[in-house]
Design a protein around this ligand. Structure first.
Ligand code: FAD
Length: 439
């Protein structure tokens, strides 16, 4: 199936709220479909907070098709294996070898670990090249759904044919959609996010692990840790996932290094040696949301993408990857419209293609938590027996790590946004369309 993009004969004015990974992806895809795109972003400059970002084949194939600049790919690290360790002694429970090669062979696209800011800046540069306008330092305060207008904190406004709400977990657009405050809910977990530079790491095994990219998971009672290399093996990213003890209403705050080390005091000495090198750390409350009844408004001039509609636990590294899929699919569909009357069909097709998948991925992240965070006991023993029974052999589903489970991996990484859209449009070509036709 060709990874080509259809350019629409008409040019829509599209307002994208938010220049996160979903908003940038949607902007590129809509611009490639021939539309005029304006991004309204509350931050004054693009400095994606956070650290590592695991880009999986379902979205790396899109980044490749969008011709992002070559330095991005040079800045990535392709893990050669995925290894799951028991938390207490580091015992290997699972080892998915030649992972980099397997990903390229199975899915035709790589699994790459990046620094988030590298991906965000590469997407923004490509969007600018395609003529996307950025209005930085402009916060959306209100949305007028009648006229498809966003009202900004500066007093200015922007009107388009379509508003794409890509404003993330704390989406203001979502509040406007409901006409009331609709804050996200705690998942019960929080993340400590850590990045170490290679020169912070002493010579020896720890440094060698960083210089040879791989993904390591340590799984234990009520939490897990993930470590992987960034920037060609010159940085190490560690995320620690533990029960949430942040006060209600606090989404992020500086953490105590001592407290963090105490939580992992009984864990694998290798992990502890990395934690001993950390001098500061932030704690992020992990949030989620109830499923929305619709992702598109009745007037078909407003649509949600990314964390604004399906935030998830980061336990499968799919939040950004699925948000990039959203943006790609939406833009691709908008390439097929021949006239403005086709917008409702494009948006409802987008919702049909994306909502079920996005929400299923959210549920799968909670299932991964259950499998990784088991308390020591009979259930954990049978999980570990299942892991060990397959060590060194061809994996069979169901498998406790969805990252390697043949069924879940294929469903996640095998997704091809180009193919999905082409098939959907072939089955249901664009035509005069009325709202009732979608019901
Ligand atoms: C610890 C951790 C690790 C993760 N690791 C991964 C990973 O490896 N792989 C992966 O795929 N995902 C990962 N994720 C998830 C991923 O970070 C998110 O799902 C993704 O960034 C969502 O992108 P988004 O564009 O929808 O939202 P955001 O990135 O939140 O972007 C929203 C943008 O909208 C702007 N904005 C907000 N409100 C307004 C407003 N009112 N007006 C104008 N602009 C506004 C914001 O400034 C921001 O730029 C991780 C998450 C966490 C917490």
């Amino acid at each position: 199936m060709a990874q080509t993009q259809q350019a629409s004969p008409i040019c829509l004015d599209i307002i994208v709220v938010g220049a996160g990974l979903s908003g940038l992806a949607a902007s590129i895809s809509c611009a490639l479909s021939g539309h005029r795109v304006t991004i309204v972003e509350s931050a004054k400059e693009l400095l994606e907070i956070g650290a590592g970002l695991q880009v999986t084949p379902n979205s790396s194939r899109l980044l490749q098709a969008w011709d992002l600049h070559g330095q991005l790919w040079e800045s990535g690290a392709e893990p050669s294996c995925l290894t799951v360790h028991r938390y207490s002694d580091g015992k290997v429970l699972a080892h998915d070898a030649d992972f980099d090669q397997k990903m390229r062979t199975r899915y035709g696209a790589p699994f790459v670990d990046f620094h988030r800011v590298d991906v965000q800046l590469a997407l923004a540069a490509r969007a600018r090249e395609l003529g996307v306008t950025f209005r930085m330092g402009q916060k959306v305060e209100d949305v007028d759904f009648e006229s498809a207008t966003v009202h900004l904190s500066s007093g200015a406004s922007a009107t388009g044919d379509l508003i794409i709400a890509a404003d993330g977990l704390w989406s203001r657009c979502r509040d406007c959609f409901f006409g009331r405050k609709d804050p996200p809910k705690p998942t019960g977990d929080l993340a400590y996010r850590i990045v170490l530079d290679l020169d912070q790491i002493p010579e020896g095994e720890l440094r060698e692990r960083v210089a040879s990219p791989a993904v390591h998971f340590w799984i234990g009672p009520g939490g897990h840790a993930v470590g992987y290399s960034l920037r060609g093996g010159s940085m190490y990213n560690i995320v620690l996932l533990v029960p949430d003890d942040l006060p209600e209403g606090v989404s992020k705050q500086p953490g105590s290094v001592e407290e963090m080390r105490a939580l992992f005091a009984d864990w694998d000495p290798v992990l502890r040696q990395y934690l001993d090198l950390v001098d500061s750390v932030d704690k992020w409350k992990l949030m989620h949301r109830d499923e929305l009844p619709r992702w598109v408004n009745d007037k078909s001039n407003f649509v949600f993408i990314g964390d604004a509609c399906h935030p998830m636990l980061p336990y499968l590294a799919q939040g950004a990857n699925s948000a990039i899929e959203d943006g790609a699919v939406l833009g691709l569909l908008l390439g097929y419209i021949q006239k403005k009357e086709h917008i409702p069909q494009a948006l409802h097709m987008y919702e049909r293609l994306r909502k079920t998948r996005g929400e299923a991925i959210v549920r799968e992240t909670f299932a991964q938590r259950k499998a990784f965070h088991m308390q020591d006991g009979p259930e954990q023993v049978s999980r570990d027996e299942l892991f060990l029974s397959q060590l060194g052999s061809e994996l069979q589903a169901p498998y406790p790590s969805r990252w390697s489970c043949p069924d879940v991996q294929k469903w996640l990484y095998g997704y091809n946004a180009f193919k999905e859209v082409q098939e959907a449009v072939q089955q249901d070509p664009f035509r005069e369309w009325s709202f009732s036709a979608s019901l």
